[in-house]
Design a protein around this ligand. Structure first.
Ligand SMILES: Nc1nc2c(ncn2[C@@H]2O[C@H](COP(=O)(O)OP(=O)(O)OP(=O)(O)O)[C@@H](O)[C@H]2O)c(=O)[nH]1
Ligand SMILES: [Mg+2]
Ligand SMILES: [Mg+2]
Length: 288
């Protein structure tokens, strides 16, 4: 194509490639979901339909983008992790973020009627923002995931107690806030148990732990793994042949995607699933 006099404008585009050999986390978050939740009458503090809708959209994103290793969701947010060897879109930040945000939003709207059959969406429609952060080590990545899950736990314990004081204890929001000011986790557990007969441990796992989405393989070599040590030893980026990378991608695309509500703070989660952090996918389980 011939160059036009306008072609020079391309020089204004800024490169935005994310640092190579780092774990890319793209976190999306619902815009103005406090208002959105109240418009659609989300149950307080947790609405199962809304959370399952978030999970359905995240699963769909993962199945469209086999490069995503694992995702974690809580409230109106989801974090998607790309393997440090990922070369999708040349690791261009805006392309990765905008693809995740728009794919997630499209599926959120698409799946809405099956989760809220009696409440059709009307403008302003749900939208999400997104950002990309690079983590250089597996430890940093695991700490990031732990940070989100701890946040889920702290907020859920607070919100469960706050709403019990209001819904069952007859307090207004100011009274409940005052009652909880300066309390520790043990105090909140005690309020829940002694005043409302609620054992926090028996609350649904999805509310307490959030949702972890990943590809389910059979470990190639079952047995004890130390996933973190294994991966952090590989300081240099591993060069895969093109065919090998293509094969791995196909394998990843075929693996079933599961949603679980379990601890990712516990190292056991990672050690049991070494393929999440390694360069090789595991074996896809055979159909029964
Ligand atoms: N009732 C109810 N509300 C929820 C649920 N999940 C998320 N939310 C609401 O979504 C909000 C998410 O918090 P933020 O993302 O910090 O706030 P936001 O209103 O979305 O504002 P921005 O993200 O800054 O645009 C919570 O504070 C809740 O009000 C749910 O299951 N039930
Ligand atoms: Mg939000
Ligand atoms: Mg949020």
């Amino acid at each position: 194509m011939a160059n036009s006099q306008y072609e020079y404008v391309k020089q204004f585009e800024q490169p935005d490639r994310l640092l190579p050999n780092t774990w890319i986390v793209i976190r999306i978050d619902g815009r103005g979901f406090t208002k959105f939740a109240s418009k659609y009458g989300f149950e307080k503090p947790n609405d199962r339909r809304a959370l399952e809708l978030m999970n359905a959209a995240a699963r769909a994103v993962m199945s469209e983008l086999p490069d995503i290793t694992i995702a974690y969701g809580v409230s109106d947010e989801y974090s998607f992790v790309f393997h440090k060897s990922c070369s999708l879109f040349d690791r261009r930040s805006s392309k990765l973020v905008s693809t995740i945000v728009s794919t997630f939003t499209a599926y959120y709207v698409h799946f809405w009627p099956s989760h809220f059959p009696n409440t059709p969406l009307s403008p302003p429609l749900p939208s999400f923002d997104g950002r990309a952060v690079c983590y250089p080590t597996v430890q940093n990545l695991q700490d990031y995931m732990s940070w989100r899950q701890v946040d889920c736990h702290i907020n859920n314990l607070y919100n469960t107690t706050f709403w019990a004081l209001i819904q069952q204890g007859g307090m207004d929001a100011t009274e409940a806030e005052k009652k909880l000011k300066g309390t520790l986790a043990a105090d909140k557990n005690e309020i829940l148990f002694s005043q409302f007969g609620i054992n926090y441990n028996n609350e649904p796992e999805m509310y307490k732990k959030g949702s972890v989405v990943f590809r389910d393989y059979e470990p190639v070599d079952p047995g004890t793994h130390n996933a973190t040590a294994e991966v952090d030893n590989m300081a240099r980026p591993v060069q895969q042949s093109k065919t090998q990378a293509e094969n791995d991608k196909k394998k990843r695309a075929k693996a079933p995607i599961v949603v679980e509500h379990i601890s990712i703070i516990n190292r056991d989660f990672w050690d049991r699933r070494p393929w999440l952090l390694s360069n090789k996918p595991g074996k896809i389980p055979k159909e029964p």
